[in-house]
Write a protein that binds this ligand. Sequence first.
Ligand SMILES: [Cu+2]
Ligand SMILES: [Zn+2]
Length: 208
Amino acid sequence: MRFADLGFSSNQSHSVLEGRTSMKSTILLAVFAPVALAAAALLGAEHEHAEHAHAAAAPKTAIAVLIPTEGNSVQGVLHMKMVGESLEITGQVKGLKPGEHGFHIHEFGDLSAADGTSAGGHFNPSGHDHGGPDSADHHAGDLGNITADDKGIATVNKVSKGLTIPMIVGRTFVVHAGVDDLKSQPSGDSGPRVAVGVIGYAKPLAEK
Ligand SMILES: [Cu+2]
Ligand SMILES: [Zn+2]
């Protein structure tokens, strides 16, 4: 095929035309490339930001709303957050008989049984014996007792070194009718379960 067939009168005019076209392309590129690069950088930054936000989104706070088991009227709210390497548990439980009550994290987030037994035994990932939170040997979920005042209200303020939010979310706080003696096996002989609450991720307290 000859250039004449394409309507060009000569090789020269074609090369001039081509030269102009490529110059136009160069100008276009020069004008738009920085815009495109800037847009790409913005998108990239946004993407990176989103990924950071995702990584930072691993919740550091949790909540458990305690509801009474059948025949009881104990209820409460517990807030959990990490303070350094430790889990801080704060909150209030009411409707208790005055005195001490066993207070543990049990293995399962299953409240299907009316008496709370579906929550299973004490959360014990390391296969220890039952004990108090300060005993050398104890279940990770052993938090000792909470103490109700003469109005039946227990203010909870505990710190546990062995627990983290990801370990406990989906498990259950259990408050017992009786005192955890911190030594009887397998669970401190603290009697029936009077309130239960599954632990869930929570919005950080400061943001409320
Ligand atoms: Cu318990
Ligand atoms: Zn235990």
